[in-house]
Design a protein around this ligand. Structure first.
Ligand code: HEM
Ligand code: HEM
Length: 216
C-alpha cells in the first residue's frame, strides 16, 4: 500500500483555498480597472464592489489563521527567509531540472524548495503592499493628497503585474508541470506519497521521519 506523509494541514489548505478564490477575483476585477478597453465593465461599479468584498476575504483569512497557527506561521516565515548553499545549488540546477528533467545537479531540499521560498516571499511582501495601497485608495480617496494617491495606484499596479505574472508560474508548477505531479493532491488532500516527499524534499523527509516508521 502507498505510504503517505502530511504536507499541509486542514487550516492551511482552507487558507490557501480562500486566498486562491479571493486572489483570482481581485486579479480579474483589477484587470478591468487596469485595461482601459475593459473599463465599460466597471461602469456600474459592480466589479469595484466585488474587488472590495474579495479584498476583505483576502485580509480576514490570514488574520484568523495566523493567531490560530502562530507557531506554524513563524516556522514558515523563518524558512522562507532562511537561505543557504542548497538554495544557490537549486537556482543553478533549476533550468536543467524544470526544462530538461535532469535531476542530477539538484541538491536536497527542505519542506519548501527554493522556488517555493521565492513565492512565499513574493506573497508576503506584495500582500502587504496590496493591503496598504488598497486601503489608502479605498478609505482616503477624498482626503489623501492627489500625489500620494497616484503613488498608491502605481505601487498597487506594480504588485498586480509582479504577483499576476508569478501566479501563472505558481499555477504551472503546481498543476501542469509533469515533475510536480503530486503537488495538486498536496493542496487538495494535504498528503503526498513518501516516495514523492523523499524525491522532492529529502531534507524535510529525513527530519519528519527520523526514528519513525511512516504510516500508510
Ligand atoms: C488585498 C487588498 C486589496 C485592497 C484593499 C484593494 C483595493 C483596491 C481599491 C480600493 C482600488 C481602487 C478601485 C477603484 O478605483 O474603485 C483597487 C484597484 C486595483 N486593484 Fe486592488 N485591492 C487589493 C488587492 C488587489 C489584488 C490582490 C490585485 C491583483 C492581483 C489588485 C489589483 C488591482 C488593480 C489592477 C487595480 C486598478 C488600479 C488602477 O486603476 O490602475 N488589488 N484596489
Ligand atoms: C489558481 C490559483 C492557484 C493554484 C492552482 C495553486 C496551487 C498550489 C499548489 C498545488 C500548491 C502546493 C505546492 C506543493 O507543496 O507542492 C500551492 C502552494 C502554495 N500556494 Fe498556491 N495556488 C494558487 C493560488 C495561490 C495564491 C493566490 C496564493 C497567495 C496569495 C498562493 C500561495 C501559495 C503558497 C504560499 C504555497 C506554499 C508554497 C508553495 O508551494 O509554493 N497560491 N499552491
Amino acid at each position: 500500500m502507498r505510504q503517505e506523509v502530511e504536507r499541509y494541514d486542514k487550516p492551511t489548505r482552507i487558507l490557501h483555498w480562500v486566498h486562491l478564490v479571493a486572489f483570482c477575483l481581485l486579479f480579474l476585477t483589477g484587470l478591468v480597472l487596469f485595461i482601459p478597453q475593459l473599463g465599460f465593465l466597471a461602469q456600474d461599479s459592480w466589479t469595484r464592489f466585488i474587488h472590495r468584498i474579495a479584498a476583505v476575504a483576502f485580509v480576514l483569512a490570514p488574520l484568523i489563521y495566523i493567531p490560530m497557527n502562530w507557531e506554524g506561521t513563524k516556522r514558515g516565515v523563518k524558512k522562507a527567509f532562511s537561505w543557504g548553499a542548497d538554495d544557490i545549488g537549486w537556482l543553478q540546477a533549476a533550468p536543467r531540472y524544470y526544462f530538461l528533467g535532469d535531476e542530477s545537479g539538484m541538491p536536497p531540499q527542505g519542506s519548501m524548495n527554493t522556488g517555493q521560498k521565492m513565492w512565499w516571499l513574493i506573497v508576503l511582501v506584495f500582500g502587504v503592499v496590496f493591503v496598504i495601497t488598497g486601503a489608502i485608495m479605498w478609505f482616503a480617496k477624498t482626503t489623501a493628497p492627489p500625489a500620494l494617491l497616484q503613488w498608491m495606484v502605481f505601487l498597487h499596479d506594480i504588485a498586480f503585474i509582479v504577483t499576476g505574472a508569478m501566479l501563472f508560474v505558481h499555477i504551472y508548477l503546481g498543476v501542469i508541470h509533469p515533475l510536480m505531479k503530486e503537488s495538486w493532491g498536496a493542496i487538495l488532500r494535504g498528503k503526498i506519497s513518501a516516495d514523492y516527499a523523499k524525491a522532492h524534499h529529502a531534507k524535510w523527509y529525513e527530519e519528519i521521519t527520523k526514528g519513525k516508521e511512516v504510516k500508510s
